[in-house]
Design a protein around this ligand. Sequence first.
Ligand code: NDP
Length: 485
Amino acid sequence: MPAHHFIANRQVPATDGQTIPVIDPSDGLAYEQIARGTAADIDQAVQAAHAAMGDSLDGPWARTCARDRGRLLADWGRAVLEHADELAGIEARDTGKTLHTARNDVLALARYFEFYAGACDKLHGDTLPYETGYTVMTVREPHGVTGHIIPWNYPVQIFGRSVGASLAAGNACVVKPAEDASLSTLYLAELAARVGFPAGALNVVTGYGHEAGAALSAHPGIHHISFTGSTVTGQRVAEAAARHHCPAVLELGGKSPQIVFDDADLDAALPVIVNAIIQNSGQTCSAGSRLLVQEGCYETLLSRLAERFRGLRAGPASMDPDLGPLVNQKQFERVRQILAAAQAEGLTEAARGQVAPGAPAQGYYQAPVLFRDVPRDSALAQEEIFGPILIAQSFRTESEALALANGTSYGLVAGVWTRDGARQLRLARQLRCGQVFINNYGAGGGVELPFGGVKSSGYGREKGFEALLGFTTLKTVAIRHGVTD
Ligand code: NDP
């Protein structure tokens, strides 16, 4: 994989020739280089996207009709499936994911392309009742050129949901992947060109967030920006976008609760609770990172969970572990500092998994940890960790559970485990978040299901048909034709 951007269907080196090493998180060693993009590179990509759209929606991509956009997306989805093993291998090495997780991500990516391929030509406006002698209609049009800042935790999935929907709606895209996970995005751009997307429809500039990412969100030629990442960076992106009146979709993570009532099916809940925190080593925006358990089953559930945690192993993909390394040194240090602070606070560790014997010493491996009886205002109960750390708290009543669940600044996802139908419905209505799972937990799951948060978890929706609408702007056309005499 050469250290180049991908602009107007060509590999383009960084304007100033600088590169960034690509580190394998399983052993901490550099194995590749990517281009270090600057504002000049972003500008070049934005110009290419504008050329594809044309000044008056008369460029080659803007003239591609919905049916043909759908066909291109469908072809791209098929190409992804044909190259699934290669893509999964690239993603696993770049991010430290297990091969199993990387493969699932690639299958989800293909599914995004399939979904949006089918949706392209179902995107339509309305006719509206108005005064006699008029026909009024609304038309859904692309924003123009959209910017996409993709994080390192689910690169191909987030690319699929964001870029897939935007292209389906007819926009041209400029993508800035995370510097820790750019290789799969570059590969996908090559595949897009190969299946026939015209030059400039999709452009990728690699580089650091504070350089290329900041330049993308501030560029006046960007008409819509979608961002997934931390709350702080999301604020910066939204501020930069607001300066040029650019709408933004922000998906900023969470501290999502799973609430288990005494009447829950614990056998069904247990594996889901474990998976929701170890999936992708806990580096999932919708990780189920808080476990709220009614007091009647608290001890039973915790002792069963502790046993499971003790058997979990973190290691490199070659050892087929339960979870891989964290993505980079920074994230590794961050999680260790949070754990050290929890120890200093005197919090109770109920169980800890292991790092597999023989895992490379320089890898960023974090064994899963289960904490119990964590006070409500502790940082561990309030802040997103982005590691395999689960905290448990007990409650007595439904209203106590609700207060705990809604009691953080986040609001992305919640899970509820109970057999009581009325309680299921009450909580589904009263939980302040973007997705509620009852007797299951999707960790954001479902290509078809709109996804996004409230409060500090962000705004706007990704996925499903809702995302497609978000990548359009609505025009009202009023035609005065009069009536026959
Ligand atoms: P960031 O929010 O800083 O990074 C997310 C994306 O934004 C990356 O592509 C990054 O690029 C880019 N970026 C960084 N700075 C800017 C900027 N000034 N302007 C535009 N884009 C920018 O997250 P971190 O990687 O630092 O992770 C820190 C924490 O954020 C995690 O521990 C986790 O809590 C949260 N996070 C949440 C995610 C989610 O899915 N909601 C995903 C990732 C992180 P680059 O990486 O190249 O710097």
